[in-house]
Design a protein around this ligand. Structure first.
Ligand code: ATP
Ligand code: MG
Length: 669
């Protein structure tokens, strides 16, 4: 009863927060808050549970070392799980004051069975489900997008030095925070030439894992980098918080020494890339040594042997059994490499098994690419490779199973028209995040090269994961590198890559733009209509409608768009068109896209122009070579296609380029 009284008072009185030594913190101004939309089962018992959970959290925070507290109340009705965290530079009294301000802020939220509020100094959150910080894939969290808030004042003196200083400080914090005991760093740096000091902190929720923390802080780093040259920036996500400012918001003696966490780090990206590449190469060699030894020695397999990175070497027979001998019933789909099957393993876990049906030498190369990625990439929007099997001539990849299959099925396939705008937007945002991770948040830049709707898989909650890194190659740091191989799917592929083999991460930006257009229109990018030979290709269609300000007509007729969404939708179409601009310098990076999407596009001084399109004659080329090098069965078609006379309207230089690609395709095949 006493608890209830305390909480009741807290709910009624907006508490006064203690004063910090500094003036910069917005003590009582929430920077992000949310009140759940689903009502609790029984309101009165929910409120009781919520109050006792919050009271227990307050008790813990009031104890001397409590910067983070969790509590739960599981009696009748909805259970309530809660958490709160203060920045470590606060005193206990300041922390409790911030918590009280949070509780007071959430007091009016009685309609929802979950709520949260973030301040500069703390956050308070409660939900009717557990585990919201330990599992990055918790359904309810997956839809909550990160938020970046930039200041409105830019560096007044040397912008370059300011940028470099902030970037260096943020990069150090990004590397150090996940390695600290408390997942918390506060650090400062002097800005040379200016009599100023920069203050920055990063903090992950204490209950999380190092990997999740690292992921979250990496995203924070991308967002905050986009704030430059603003003199302050904040990043708020459910798993972490980060902030920098030229105005002090903690005391100089409250910094954390991070030098030991940065030891051994070289600033030379090439060295890092080399080292990672070396480790990967070593791993690949180990994997293949194991593989060859197994092939030679016996049929008896060691079961579920984890490799150095936790990927499992599966027994072929087990996978055969798990897929009911690769039966029709378990068949999921077929692509350029072979068929994909659903499999139920002994421990009842469900996975997808991808058969790689190409000649051994070729498969080995693709296989290596998949294995390389095991060593490196993990992100909630990237499909996980769980293991492999390589006995005799069978090459199998075991992948995370995605119950909703690929995105194309929802756009023009059997489940057309079932995705609403929120789901479609979340998919767009998730793909952007996955790509930004591949491009930026990782030691070595990876360009996917084959982004398309069939390579976007959807989990049970329709959150997207990008699949098929088999075609991804590690891109050399030299961005002007000209690829001799074309790996992609025409129609989605940027013109400079399709025709000239010029590869950069902006190739993925272009394909992403095309996928956005498909998601919004529900139409395949390469579709033509035999009844309407004049029908434009999707990108051309989108541009024409945009130019004549009729882009509302572009929206999928199966999509129920209300007025609130209309403007956002228009902005997303603009972002898609920006992604498909040429030359590549006009396209945004994927990190820029990630920050543009939630708030809509800020074109700034960018002017949209007609995207470079492959012209009518070249469409023949597009429609015939929709698989490029990835289609191992289509070499005959490609040879025919690449005969010079089939390309009447290309200029001589492009003809030579395409012929050259053709030779490369032929050689590889
Ligand atoms: P590509 O060979 O160029 O990637 P694709 O994406 O159409 O072409 P696959 O990757 O082989 O071909 O996939 C074939 C189909 O199998 C997909 O479209 C999808 O419907 C299904 N599929 C693939 N992987 C999974 C998975 N992990 N979980 C569930 N379904 C999957
Ligand atoms: Mg695929």
């Amino acid at each position: 009863m006493a608890v209830l009284v305390v909480m009741f008072i807290l709910f009624l009185v907006k508490s006064g927060a203690a004063q910090l030594n500094n003036t910069e913190n917005n003590l009582n101004i929430p920077i992000r808050s949310f009140c759940g939309r689903n009502p609790p089962i029984v309101l009165s018992s929910f409120i009781n549970n919520r109050n006792s959970t919050l009271a227990e959290i307050r008790r813990q925070l009031s104890s001397n070392d409590g910067f983070y507290a969790t509590a739960q109340s599981l009696t009748e009705g909805d259970s309530v799980f809660g958490a709160a965290q203060c920045r470590n530079y606060l005193s206990t009294a300041q922390c409790v004051a911030c918590f009280d301000a949070g509780v007071s802020e959430l007091a009016s939220c009685i309609t929802g069975n979950g709520a949260y509020v973030f301040f500069d100094n703390c956050f308070v959150r409660y939900e009717n489900y557990d585990n919201f910080y330990k599992d990055p894939n918790v359904v309810e969290d997956a839809g909550i997008t990160p938020l970046g808030i930039c200041g409105n004042q830019t560096a007044y003196q040397s912008e370059t030095i300011f940028r470099q200083t902030v970037d260096a400080l943020l990069a150090d914090i990004k590397d150090a925070t996940p390695k600290t005991k408390n997942f918390y760093v506060a650090s400062t740096r002097k800005i040379t030439n200016e009599n100023a000091t920069l203050y920055a902190i990063a903090q992950c929720v204490k209950d999380t894992t190092q990997a999740i923390c690292q992921n979250c802080i990496s995203t924070a780093y991308s967002y905050l980098s986009n704030c430059l040259p603003n003199t302050q920036g904040r990043f708020i996500n459910m798993g972490c918080f980060a902030r920098y400012s030229e105005t002090p918001f903690f005391n100089d003696n409250q910094t954390i020494d991070i030098t030991s966490f940065l030891k051994g780090r070289s600033s030379n990206v090439a060295v890092i890339a080399g080292a990672v590449g070396g480790v990967c190469l070593l791993l690949i060699m180990i994997v293949f040594l194991l593989w060859f030894r197994k092939r030679k020695n016996s049929k008896k397999k060691e079961q579920d042997t984890p490799d150095l990175n936790g990927a499992i070497n599966y027994n072929y027979k087990d996978l055969q059994l798990a897929t009911k001998d690769f039966s029709k019933e378990n068949f999921l789909g077929k692509g350029g490499f072979g068929e994909v099957f659903k499999a139920i393993l002994d421990d009842k876990s469900v996975v997808a098994v991808k058969k790689i049906e190409v000649e051994y030498a070729k498969a080995k190369e693709e296989f290596e690419n998949e294995v390389k990625l095991i060593c490196n990439v993990q992100h909630r929007n990237l499909l996980r490779l769980l293991g492999w099997s390589s006995e005799e001539s069978h090459l199998l990849l075991v992948l995370e199973y995605m119950p909703n299959g690929s995105l194309d099925r929802f756009l023009w396939g059997p489940r057309r028209g079932t995705l609403n705008w929120k789901q479609r937007y979340d998919i767009i945002f998730g793909i952007a995040r996955g790509l930004a991770h591949l491009h930026n948040e990782f030691h070595v830049k990876i360009v996917h090269r084959d982004i398309k709707s069939s390579n976007i898989l959807l989990d049970h909650d329709f959150q997207p994961k990008i699949a098929d890194f088999g075609l991804a190659r590690f891109q050399p740091e030299d961005k002007s590198h000209v690829s001799t191989k074309f790996a992609g799917t025409l129609g989605y592929t940027a013109p400079e890559y399709a025709l000239r083999g010029i590869l950069s991460e902006k190739v993925d930006t272009y394909s992403f733009g095309i996928v956005i257009l498909e998601i919004i229109s529900g139409r395949r990018c390469t579709d033509t209509n035999s009844d309407k030979p004049s029908m434009d290709y999707l990108l051309e269609h989108a541009w024409k409608l945009y130019e004549s300000k009729k882009h509302f007509e572009f929206i999928d007729e199966t999509l129920d768009v209300n007025q609130n969404h209309e403007q956002h939708l228009m902005q997303i179409i603009e972002i898609a068109l920006l992604c498909t601009q040429s030359p590549v310098s006009k396209r945004p990076t994927m990190s820029e896209v990630v920050s543009m999407l939630p708030n809509g596009l800020s074109l700034g001084n960018r002017q949209l122009t007609r995207p470079t399109l492959i012209d009518l004659e070249r469409r023949v080329l597009v429609s015939y070579t929709t698989r490029g090098i990835t289609n191992h069965n289509a070499s005959g078609m490609q040879h025919e296609l690449l005969a010079k006379e089939k390309l009447p309207n290309l200029n001589e230089e492009d003809k030579l380029d395409v012929m050259e690609k053709g030779m490369n395709v032929a050689t590889v095949e």
